[in-house]
Design a protein around this ligand. Sequence first.
Ligand SMILES: Cc1cc2nc3c(=O)[nH]c(=O)nc-3n(C[C@H](O)[C@H](O)[C@H](O)COP(=O)(O)OP(=O)(O)OC[C@H]3O[C@@H](n4cnc5c(N)ncnc54)[C@H](O)[C@@H]3O)c2cc1C
Length: 364
Amino acid sequence: MIIIFGAGIVGLFTGYNLLKRGKEIKIIDTHTIKANSTDASVGMLAPYIEAKPGERELLDLMLDSKKIWKELELNKKVSRCIDLKPNSSLMIGLNQDDEEKLKFKKKFFEKFGFETFLLDDRETLELEPSLNSNIHCSLLCKNQDQVNSNLLKSFLIKEIEKMGGEILYQEKINKILLKKKTVSFNNSSMQFEKIVICCGAWSNEIIYNSFGLKLPLTPLKGLSILVKSSKNSFSHNLWYRNIYIAPRREDVLAIGATEEDRGFDDSIKMDELYYLTNSMWESFTKLESLELKEIRVGIRPAVIDGNPIIGNLKDVSSDVICNFGHYRHGILLAPISAEIVTRYVFEEKVSDQFNFFSPSRFNL
Ligand SMILES: Cc1cc2nc3c(=O)[nH]c(=O)nc-3n(C[C@H](O)[C@H](O)[C@H](O)COP(=O)(O)OP(=O)(O)OC[C@H]3O[C@@H](n4cnc5c(N)ncnc54)[C@H](O)[C@@H]3O)c2cc1C
């Protein structure tokens, strides 16, 4: 039995992958945490747009995950169910300054062999007629698509249950105790083959309380909003300087995101809301045509070097595996991190290609 702590996208994908390969799994989560990251996420699957100079390993990981997303996309039943859209992104420029930045981006993308297309205002409006006429230019980035992360979560829960996996909700687990092949927490004990910690931003807490190890993980709060558009919707994902917008079914737009270091505070602050609405006001379509549907708060798990932590905790046990710290990219990265953990469960090792992400880079 593989016991997974955390039923966010990373824990669910890991459970789903293991079940498909014939393992028995149990996922333990809690209803007491309200601001998990997955529920607030916008679901962009855009490795190149997210890429930053000096983060080659992370880009490669995102591209590996993207290949798994592309396979999922071919399964029409699944892709319809999770609204996995094979669309592209437009990075929008509103003035000459933005155009220079987009040209710089274009050159950066070319280094990786990723071809993009700089469009002028007229060409941009031909692609997206509902945009404001103040558009200056855009960069068309093909295959930088998106998934509805909320539908994805429901889909994975259903599939896990169909395959005989269990998802249990308990009081928050502050500490786990290991005794040989038994794990105890919150008055229950279970036999395990491996344990996988997928508690997102809360992973540090459970690992420190249980094993006395501290990982360089910081909670980074983010707000996203859902609005309904009464105008024609968009067919591309839109990326502005401060916000990004994903068109969903029924003319709903998911818009993200703020990023603040405010610990585990999950309240909605006016400055955060102002940041999003003001950025929309400056750049986007007529605000009076948008109806506010929902405001969401999520706490992202950010590691000091910007990379996720995937691999076993060698100083504790080869049976305790980390799978967290996916920061801004957890939806995109969930399939590949699930695959790395699954291979570890079967082969007792992480392949050299992915060793870069191991906890041992922090001497743990
Ligand atoms: C506003 C916003 C927009 C985003 N947009 C994107 C995007 O477009 N594309 C993208 O790829 N990523 C995006 N992200 C990032 C992405 O959401 C995260 O990287 C990802 O959801 C992390 O998933 P997770 O499963 O590790 O963590 P979470 O989703 O936070 O899940 C952790 C789970 O562990 C449980 N848990 C924690 N502690 C305990 C405990 N002690 N006991 C029991 N259960 C516990 C929690 O209840 C929760 O269910 C966005 C994030 C935010 C906040």
